[in-house]
Design a binder for this molecule. Structure first.
Ligand code: ATP
Length: 328
C-alpha cells in the first residue's frame, strides 16, 4: 500500500529546554512552507497536543527567533501522554486538523513518547535531538549542548580568576544528571584539575590524594568540575567530604544551575538546528519516517526512533585519558 503523502506538519518542543530549539522550529516551519505544506506549532510539548493548544504557523511567526534562547512553543513534561488514553486524545486533536506528520524536538524521553505514538497511530514522527546533555547516540551534536558548555566555560573562567586571587579550591557543579559531557568538555576547556562525572565511579581516595599532593606542592588553586549526577550527589556532597579530609583547604562551592539552559544559541547550535530542521521535513516528504535526525562526521544521519531510545552515547576512553594527563 502506498504511503499517504504528508501535507500538514506539527512541530513541538518537549522535555528540558535547550538553546537552539527556536532555530530548529524556524527551520522546520520555513522548510515546510517552502514545499507548500501547512505548518502548525504545538504548544508546551505533548501537553499541547492533549489540550488542543495547536496554532497555525506562517513564515512571520518564526521571524526574529533564530538568536533567542528558550522556545517560543514553550516546553513541558506530560504525564498524560505516558498513558494510551492521553495519546489517543492527542491523536484525535491532530487528526481533526488533518495534521499527518510530526517533528519532535527534545531528548530521549520525548523520543520514547514519539515512538509509542507512531506505533499506535498513522502519524509519522521525526525526532530532532534537542538537549543540553548530549546524551543521545546517533549524532555528534545535540541542539543546545554547544551553547550550554560555552556558558559553563565562561563562568568557570571567571571562577578561576577569583580562585587564583585567594588560593582557593573551587568545586563547581554543572548540569548533567545522567550524562557527564558538559562537565567533561567544560572541565577540559578550563583546565580543571579534576572532573567528576556520572559515567565513571568517583574515586574519592584518588581525588583526596591528588588534592593533598597539590597542597604539598603549594598548588593551592584547584578547580574541580562536578556533574550534578556524579555518584556522591554533586558539588556540596563532594565539598563536605573534602572538608573533613583536608581541613586546611579553603573550599568554595559554586552551582551554575539554570544559566546553562538559557542565553542566545551559539553559531554551531543555530547551524545544526537549521540543518536538522530542514532535514526533518525532507524526511517526512520523502517517506523516511520514525527516525531521529542526527549529524555524524558532518553528514546527516538517520537513526530509527526505536534504536535512538535504546542506544546510549558512551564517553570515549580517550577523553578520560586526556583529563588524567592534562590535569597535573
Ligand atoms: P531532557 O533530556 O531534557 O530531559 P526529555 O525529552 O528526555 O528531555 P522527558 O521528561 O524524559 O524529557 O520526556 C518528555 C516527555 O516525553 C514526557 O513528559 C512524556 O510526556 C513523554 N515521554 C517520556 N517517556 C515516555 C514514555 N516511555 N512513553 C510515553 N511518553 C513518554
Amino acid at each position: 500500500m502506498a504511503e499517504k503523502k504528508v501535507t500538514k506538519i506539527g512541530v513541538l518542543t518537549s522535555g528540558g529546554d535547550a538553546p537552539g530549539m527556536n532555530a530548529a522550529v524556524r527551520a522546520v516551519v520555513r522548510t515546510g512552507l517552502y514545499h507548500g505544506l501547512d505548518m502548525f506549532g504545538v504548544m508546551r510539548g505533548y501537553s499541547g497536543m492533549i489540550d488542543d493548544d495547536i496554532v497555525p504557523m506562517d513564515s512571520r511567526s518564526v521571524a526574529n527567533i533564530i538568536q533567542r534562547g528558550g522556545t517560543i512553543l514553550k516546553t513541558a513534561r506530560s504525564a498524560e501522554f505516558m498513558e494510551p488514553a492521553g495519546r489517543k486524545i492527542a491523536y484525535d486533536n491532530l487528526k481533526k486538523r488533518g495534521i499527518n506528520g510530526l517533528v519532535i524536538i527534545g531528548g530521549d524521553g520525548s523520543f520514547k513518547g514519539a515512538q509509542k505514538f507512531s506505533n499506535e497511530f498513522d502519524i509519522p514522527c521525526i525526532g530532532l535531538p534537542g538537549t543540553i546533555d548530549k546524551d543521545i547516540a546517533g549524532s555528534d551534536f545535540t541542539i543546545g549542548f554547544d551553547t550550554a558548555v560555552n556558558t559553563a566555560v565562561e563562568a568557570i573562567d571567571k571562577i578561576r580568576d577569583t580562585a587564583d586571587a585567594h588560593d582557593r579550591l573551587f568545586i563547581v557543579e554543572v548540569m548533567g544528571r545522567d550524562a557527564g559531557y558538559i562537565a567533561l568538555h567544560s572541565g577540559i576547556a578550563t583546565g580543571a584539575e579534576n572532573i567528576l562525572i556520572p559515567e565513571t565511579k568517583t574515586d574519592i581516595e584518588a581525588l583526596i590524594h591528588s588534592l593533598s599532593e597539590k597542597e604539598k606542592r603549594k598548588k593551592l588553586v584547584n578547580l574541580v568540575v562536578v556533574a550534578e549526577g556524579e555518584k556522591f550527589g554533586g558539588a556540596n556532597e563532594i565539598a563536605s567530604i573534602v572538608r573533613q579530609r583536608l581541613p586546611k583547604a579553603d573550599i568554595r562551592v559554586c552551582i551554575l544551575g539554570h544559566i546553562q539552559r538559557g542565553g542566545s544559541p551559539s553559531c554551531l547550535d543555530r547551524l545544526i538546528a537549521s540543518r536538522m530542521g530542514y532535514a526533518a521535513v525532507d524526511c517526512l516528504i520523502n517517506g523516511t519516517h520514525n527516525v531521529m535526525v542526527g549529524i555524524l562526521n558532518n553528514t546527516l544521519h538517520y537513526t530509527p526512533l526505536d534504536h535512538a531510545v535504546k542506544a546510549k552515547d558512551k564517553i570515549s576512553d580517550d577523553w578520560l585519558r586526556i583529563v588524567k594527563i592534562l590535569a597535573s
